[in-house]
Design a protein. Structure first.
Length: 307
């Protein structure tokens, strides 16, 4: 069985490149347009596979051309797709993404088949979760399904990792089932009520999440790296400086990188540095899954950094 199970979303990313984000009522001419495979769950599953993890993916796609295509692509990549379900008479999820010259992005999502991932559809795939080492989830699928999967994992002794994106408030009952949480500054603020704009405030937010029962908190800080706290002991681990082209999927690549590193026997700090390397390569490229590096590329990048 797979060491890592990712439960999450699949989207067709419709991406346009713009000089800057348009103001209300403003029309801009885009520099380019692509349709790229995305979705936070799919991004994380693909990133983990490319970085060397043994990964299974639980998700729903529509029976449209895009859903059928990515089904075959993930299978060819070596992902266990026994939990990837094709839902009749539904479209695959869609994300409308604007990427500015700064590399920042603006995203709107129509969930499509992602909303069909109910606890009832999850139930036949419980064995994937109960026999895995780690379960990784995000928030682009129904919350009741995320809670159900977390319960399955806790009952089986599978580590529960939650990337709480997109940002939303979460019940303490769900947070109590999470072993590792990986919010960015905005998500951490929404979960804790603490504005994260410094290392000190990140430490306060981490302490708040520890009080909910979460053992390990990693708050991603963009160009400042990550603040990681284990059982109340925290530190900042900086990332790498690169020219940013597109930040889409950088956080997904980071999450997959950390967990893949842990499964490969790295310490948490070593796994974070490995994930920083993978995310740095990702932001230097365009697109979501098109930007995710292979293990050999990350190893070469990290070797170059220590010269």
């Amino acid at each position: 069985m797979s060491q890592l199970v990712v439960l999450g979303s699949v989207n067709a990313d419709h991406v346009v490149q713009v000089p800057s984000f348009p103001r209300p009522g403003e029309t801009l001419t885009a520099l380019g347009y692509q349709v790229i495979a995305g979705g936070k769950g799919a991004n994380q599953a693909v990133a983990a596979a490319r970085l060397g993890a043994d990964v299974a993916f639980i998700a729903c796609v529509g029976d449209d051309d895009f859903g059928l295509r990515v089904y075959k692509e993930y299978q060819a990549l070596g992902v266990d797709i026994s939990g990837l379900m094709i839902v009749a008479d539904m479209t695959t999820g869609v994300a409308m993404i604007q990427v500015a010259d700064s590399g920042e992005n603006s995203i709107c999502i129509a969930p499509g088949a992602n909303a069909a991932l109910t606890p009832a559809l999850l139930a036949p795939h419980q064995h994937l979760i109960s026999q895995a080492d780690i379960l990784l989830m995000q928030l682009e699928t129904p919350l009741e399904t995320i809670f159900s999967a977390a319960t399955m994992a806790k009952d089986a002794g599978t580590l529960v990792v939650l990337n709480p994106a997109p940002a939303m408030g979460l019940a303490d009952e769900l947070l109590a089932k999470v072993d590792i949480i990986t919010p960015n500054e905005t998500e951490a603020e929404l979960l804790t009520g603490i504005k994260v704009d410094s290392i000190d405030s990140a430490a306060l937010a981490a302490a708040h999440l520890h009080a909910k029962g979460i053992a390990t908190v990693m708050i991603t800080l963009g160009s400042k790296g990550v603040y990681v706290s284990e059982h109340g002991q925290g530190q900042q681990i900086v990332g790498f400086s690169v020219t940013v082209k597109d930040t889409t999927a950088a956080g997904d690549t980071f999450n997959a990188g950390v967990l893949t590193g842990l499964l490969q026997g790295k310490t948490l700090n070593e796994a974070i540095v490995f994930a920083h390397g993978a995310a740095a390569i990702s932001v230097s490229r365009f697109g979501a899954q098109t930007s995710i590096p292979l293990l050999a590329e990350v190893d070469a990048f990290l070797a170059e950094q220590v010269r």
